[in-house]
Design a protein around this ligand. Structure first.
Ligand SMILES: Cc1cc2nc3c(=O)[nH]c(=O)nc-3n(C[C@H](O)[C@H](O)[C@H](O)COP(=O)(O)OP(=O)(O)OC[C@H]3O[C@@H](n4cnc5c(N)ncnc54)[C@H](O)[C@@H]3O)c2cc1C
Length: 467
């Protein structure tokens, strides 16, 4: 389907209307005017420019592509796709174009000449200063270098804040471990009282916590399940023909017209005609972030009743609530938890105060085996395994400072039902007792039954009979 830009020139005092049609490659998603020059962005990421108020249009994709190749020494064929155009609030002719792969271009003359932004790292969020034309702040993720990854050194990644005072030519890092940021001057009126150099940023002074994510794993599923269980699952997958490339970040996905290869940071290149990205998600808190408190984990912070503010409740993936076991705010991404939280939030909205005191649970099928998990194991410092990892028949207990906070099991019927109940009733044995084999799953079951557990779940009858 061909998309068009229609230019209607209505001549006053004349009866005729001049209609001009220009063809573009996709529907328009943004238009920006700087006097006679017009910039138009299509949903395919192409920028068109007209210097005569829309009569003639030039497609600029080739220029964007070329400039990125020259300035960034990139060889990817896709470089040049533009996602958004952001005009400066001070000067209409100053426009920032953001593209795929965190590539950006700047133009001081409304697109007549463009320059790819080269800060030596991939910049992500940009903010023009509201009053100073040449000032821009932008964030970047400190990424692990290929040398670090190859050496297998633990490597942390965090958000940095960079400042340019010459319209993106030179950049200086001004803070690390940054969460959110903005210029401290909102408008001209406020600027009278506020120094214009002020930048407001929230960050983690300790340089620890949510923004330290390790790019280095030695086995799959290590972050959630630990090395032992992760290693067991790796063997299961390898026995079924899966090959792993661990500690080998993706440098580039390449191909012409379609994907043909994946280049890794360790120098290897894998042939591929289909790529599935299992990279996780980041919560989209855009709607709420200016009004509500956002936890470092990206969720909307609530109390134990899932209340975020007066008359505002958050439930499901987006809520960050205090987990009743540890008091720490957690954000759980499980279907049944989302359903349960919706129910709890609804009760609270209806005026029946109901704290969220569940033990999160999920299961996953790996080939012919099922792995079940209950609790919240984040920050675990010890894993106690009961069973045979080589046969994927085990119960693993995840402990923090000697207290079991979560568990995973495979091929052990009802283990997770029993452990979920023990966690819920707060009768889980200590990590030490489990490690020294003073207690086992049968003992935990006995303790649970002695508490007259009624099984706190939708299928209580079934759960009771299985216990
Ligand atoms: C690939 C994948 C596999 C998964 N597998 C499992 C699994 O096996 N087991 C399991 O337990 N969990 C799994 N999960 C997690 C599970 O899907 C989520 O925990 C669950 O869907 C969360 O439900 P929710 O209602 O909180 O959010 P969502 O299901 O994400 O629903 C949020 C809805 O809000 C809409 N929305 C967002 N912003 C706005 C807005 N501004 N205005 C209007 N609407 C808006 C979205 O379009 C969406 O429809 C998986 C998730 C993914 C992505």
């Amino acid at each position: 389907m061909r998309h068009i830009i229609l230019l209607l020139i209505i001549q006053c005092f004349a009866s005729n209307i001049d209609v001009q049609i220009s063809y573009i490659d996709a529907p328009l998603i943004n238009i920006h005017w700087c006097s006679d020059t017009v910039l138009a962005l299509t949903s395919k990421g192409s920028v068109y420019r007209s210097d005569d108020r829309g009569r003639q249009w030039t497609k600029m994709s080739e220029i964007f592509h070329r400039k990125a190749l020259i300035q960034l020494e990139d060889s990817d064929e896709r470089v040049g796709i533009v996602n958004n155009l952001v005009p400066s609030p001070v000067d209409k002719s100053l426009v920032l174009f953001t593209g795929t792969d965190q590539i950006a271009w700047i133009s001081l003359d409304c697109g007549k000449t463009i320059t790819a932004v080269n800060a030596g790292k991939q910049l992500r969020e940009y903010q023009f200063h509201p009053l100073e034309k040449d000032w821009i702040i932008a964030s970047a993720w400190k990424q692990c270098g290929s040398d670090e990854l190859l050496a297998g050194t633990p490597c942390v990644s965090y958000k940095e804040l960079l400042l340019s005072q010459d319209t993106g030519i030179t950049w200086h890092q001004i803070a690390t471990y940054v969460n959110q940021f903005t210029w401290g001057v909102k408008n001209k009126e406020m600027a009278k009282y506020t120094p214009k150099e002020r930048i407001l940023a929230s960050f983690e002074p300790q340089g620890k916590g949510h923004q330290s994510i390790s790019n280095s794993t030695t086995v799959p599923f290590e972050r959630v399940l630990g090395k032992e269980v992760g290693g067991s699952l790796q063997k299961l997958h390898e026995a079924n023909g899966v090959e792993f490339e661990l500690n080998a970040g993706v440098k580039r996905i390449g191909g012409v017209g379609q994907v043909q290869r994946v280049d890794l940071l360790n120098g290897k290149s894998l042939q591929a005609d289909l790529v599935i990205l299992g990279t996780g998600i980041q919560p989209n808190n855009k709607l709420a972030k200016d009004q509500l408190k956002i936890s470092p984990n990206g969720g909307i912070e609530t109390d134990v009743f899932l209340k975020a503010a007066k008359n505002v409740y958050a439930s499901g993936d987006i809520s960050s609530y205090p987990y009743w076991v540890t008091g720490e705010h957690v954000r759980i991404e499980h279907q049944n938890e989302a359903v349960r939280q919706g129910y709890v939030a609804a009760l609270n909205i209806l005026g029946r105060p109901t704290p969220l005191t569940d033990v999160p649970f999920f299961w996953t099928r790996q080939w012919d085996r099922t792995l079940a998990y209950s609790g919240v194991g984040q920050g675990f410092d010890e894993v106690i395994v009961d069973g045979d990892l080589s046969q994927q028949k085990f119960v693993a207990y995840y402990a923090r400072k000697g207290r079991v906070v979560a568990s995973a099991s495979m091929n052990t019927p009802n283990a997770q039902m029993i452990i979920s109940e023990a966690l819920r009733l707060n009768v889980m044995p200590s990590a030490e007792d489990l490690k020294e084999k003073k207690v086992n799953l049968d003992d935990i079951k006995k303790i649970v039954l002695s508490k007259g557990s009624s099984c706190h779940c939708k299928r209580a009858g079934q759960c009771q009979s299985q216990l």
